[in-house]
Design a protein around this ligand. Structure first.
Ligand code: GLV
Length: 320
């Protein structure tokens, strides 16, 4: 009997499907990851696993799991997994592209507007009983319409974000490893180098994956080049940003504000200086968190596990 390890609580309809494929060992907590020691024990005789981005898949895991055939990562990003090692151990790694693109772009726009219009601060002000009267500049924010928005990372999510912005009459710049002529034609996005993106954008929005090229891309020098009233949004991955540099940039008014859905360390430590910054809106990595999208992501993981166990092939394999 094949064993399938599932590192989080998932709805019964998906467990039922997995139970048709093998014996399922599930960690029945929605908000706490399976402890590493437990994962290393469970994975020993497993053929498949359905994991989240909280699990780090490294040498120790591959050494512990000689029967493993497939790792279905419930995320589009897979920087938590050593792909080269996976290939060397003949393990297929899959992710969940496409199904989360639109929801993540929607969260990106939500975060952008929330920061621009100080929605969170304004709500806190009301709930704390501070609202005395209407004020001419009470929580006066920044226009998105008419602004120049620079998108760093023009993959599916970057494009879906840009598509939404066309309704706001913005000028869209983008920087990416390669040019996307279709996005340029359809969305009117203009390709620029990284420096130009930083210098000319009123909003700088990071949608990029974490790679050796993008790690620490937003450092002291990058924030320095941004406009003093710029808003920085990150819906990509935390380590793309040097968070100390971001704190300094906010403290010294080198940029106006930021909205982060992703952090270098998740969950954020409660003594992290970003938490003291009024100008920072911080979310607990909820880019793809709609019920429909999360269902679709889990279904894709289940389909990938089924594909590998039954036919030796996955729908969305990411390693060679
Ligand atoms: C979430 O960040 C994902 O990669 O799906």
């Amino acid at each position: 009997m094949k064993k399938i390890v599932v590192t989080r609580k998932i709805p019964a309809e998906f467990l039922d499907q997995l139970e048709n494929l093998g014996e399922v060992e599930v960690w029945n907590s929605e908000y706490e990851p399976m402890p590493r020691e437990r994962f290393l024990t469970e994975i020993k005789d497993a053929t498949a696993c359905l994991i989240t981005l909280s699990e780090r898949i490294d040498q120790e895991v591959f050494e512990a799991a000689p029967h493993l055939k497939v790792i279905a990562n419930m995320a589009v990003g897979y920087d938590n997994i050593d792909l080269q090692l996976a290939s060397r151990h003949d393990v297929i790694v899959t992710n969940t592209p496409s199904v989360l693109t639109e929801a993540t772009a929607e969260l990106g726009v939500t975060l952008t507007l929330s920061v621009a219009r100080k929605v969170i601060e304004a709500q806190d002000y009301v709930k704390q009983g501070k609202w005395q009267s209407w004020g001419p500049y009470l929580f006066a924010g920044k226009d998105l319409h008419g602004a120049t928005v620079g998108i760093f990372g023009m993959g599916d999510i970057g494009k879906a974000y840009a598509r939404r912005l066309t309704g706001f009459n913005t000028t869209i710049l983008y920087h990416n490893r390669s040019r996307h002529l279709q996005a340029e034609q359809e969305l009117g996005a203009r390709y620029v180098d990284f420096e130009t993106l930083l210098k000319e954008s009123d909003f700088v929005v990071c949608t990029a994956p974490l790679t050796s090229e993008t790690e620490n891309k937003f450092d002291r020098a990058a924030f320095n080049q941004m406009k003093n009233d710029a808003i920085f949004i990150n819906i990509g991955r935390g380590p793309i940003v040097d968070e100390e540099a971001l704190v300094e940039a906010l403290k010294h008014n080198e940029i106006a504000a930021c909205g982060l859905d992703v952090l270098r360390e998740e969950p954020i430590r409660m003594d992290h200086p970003l938490l003291d910054m009024e100008q920072a809106v911080i979310l607990p990595h909820i880019g793809s968190a709609t019920k429909e999208t999360r269902d679709n992501m889990i279904q894709l993981c289940v389909d990938n596990i089924e594909g590998v166990l039954q036919r030796g092939e996955a729908k969305t394999q990411v390693n060679d």
